[in-house]
Design a protein around this ligand. Structure first.
Ligand SMILES: C[S@@+](CC[C@H](N)C(=O)[O-])C[C@H]1O[C@@H](n2cnc3c(N)ncnc32)[C@H](O)[C@@H]1O
Length: 302
């Protein structure tokens, strides 16, 4: 799959996801709060609160200075809720959001109008070719969107170019942790997911957190800070693994369909349960063996 096809597939997924927001249901999630795992701290009772708390966490990481005009970019801004909250809190700052799907953009524009917010501009497009000027932004953040970049180093180069000197990058996303089965499991998992999954599944690209830090350094980012927010208990482990299990099932069900179609031509029916079980274990091993973790990362352009 080339880069344009991958982007097209991701765009297609988000167009459909937000085509009828009324149907979107994640336990406890308020409509239009966005599409991320949230940040659980003491006193946070449900996903909606955790999602708003994630925005406050990003706000702290961004370290915005309200006494001066700052330019902030959200890459992969989705339906714009993160920017909406930040823009209300920081009326002096100017916010830009870029996201792939037109349906996300429609909702973002609707919410912006409803809330009479002036200091955000949204646009549809790819963060890999955003059209913004180099050295323009004081801050850039990516909330669960960097994972879609097939080449993380190129993604970081883009972000580095857009930031002003001393500008700060904030990334919140899933990366894999150093583990004995890595990088084999990550590579096989990514390969299977991108090549074999039925259309409409998310084309995620996992990389190890250590590799990602190496890329940050090679792009010349400095003062790199990494926080594993699963291990610190601020993200629910079952959200991370729940999503990965979701990745397992569409693939499995399509495989089962194919097996059923071939049923008459297969002689060894007694092997089906065994084959199914082995396949399940094999996929589970690849997925869980990749040790996915959820991190917040900050880095400065020097
Ligand atoms: C999991 S959602 C997160 C959305 C938003 N940050 C939030 O927290 O609600 C991932 C987002 O990344 C966006 N995305 C993925 N690849 C992108 C790309 N190449 N350029 C711009 N946006 C992209 C998708 O359109 C989607 O909105």
């Amino acid at each position: 799959m080339n880069f344009a096809d991958i982007e097209h597939e991701i765009k297609d997924f988000y167009e459909r996801l937000w085509s009828d927001p009324g149907k979107i249901g994640r336990s406890g999630q308020g409509l239009f709060l966005g599409w991320h795992y949230g940040f659980y701290e003491k006193g946070i009772k449900n996903l909606s609160e955790a999602m708003i708390n994630m925005i406050d966490y990003i706000d702290r990481l961004l370290e915005l200075n309200d006494k001066m005009v700052m330019n902030i970019l959200d890459v992969g801004s989705g339906v714009g809720s993160t920017l909406m909250h930040l823009a209300k809190k920081h009326p002096n700052c100017l916010f830009d959001g870029i996201t792939l799907a037109n349906n996300e953009l429609k909702i973002a524009e609707f919410l912006k109008k409803e809330n009479s917010i002036e200091n955000i501009r949204f646009k549809q497009g790819s963060y890999m070719n955003s059209g913004f000027s180099d050295n323009y932004f004081d801050r850039i953040f990516a909330l669960e969107s960097a994972i879609y970049a097939p080449n993380k180093k190129d993604f970081l180069k883009e972000m580095y170019g857009l930031l002003k000197p001393n500008g700060k990058l904030v990334i919140i996303d899933t990366f894999t942790k150093k583990y004995i089965l890595n990088p084999l499991t990550v590579n096989i998992n990514n390969y299977l997911h991108q090549r074999k999954c039925t259309k409409g599944n998310l084309a995620n690209y996992y990389v190890g957190i250590d590799d990602f830090i190496t890329y940050l350094k090679s792009v010349k980012f400095k003062e790199i800070n990494v926080n594993d927010i699963v291990d610190s208990g601020n993200v629910k482990k079952y959200h991370i693994y729940g999503f990965l299990i979701y990745r397992l099932f569409p693939y499995l069900s399509s495989r089962l369909g194919q097996i059923r179609e071939k049923r008459n031509s297969l002689k060894y029916e007694f092997l089906y349960p065994f084959a199914f079980f082995s396949f399940f274990v094999y996929r589970a091993l690849l997925i869980f063996g990749s040790k996915p973790r959820y991190y917040s990362i900050t880095a400065i352009k020097k």
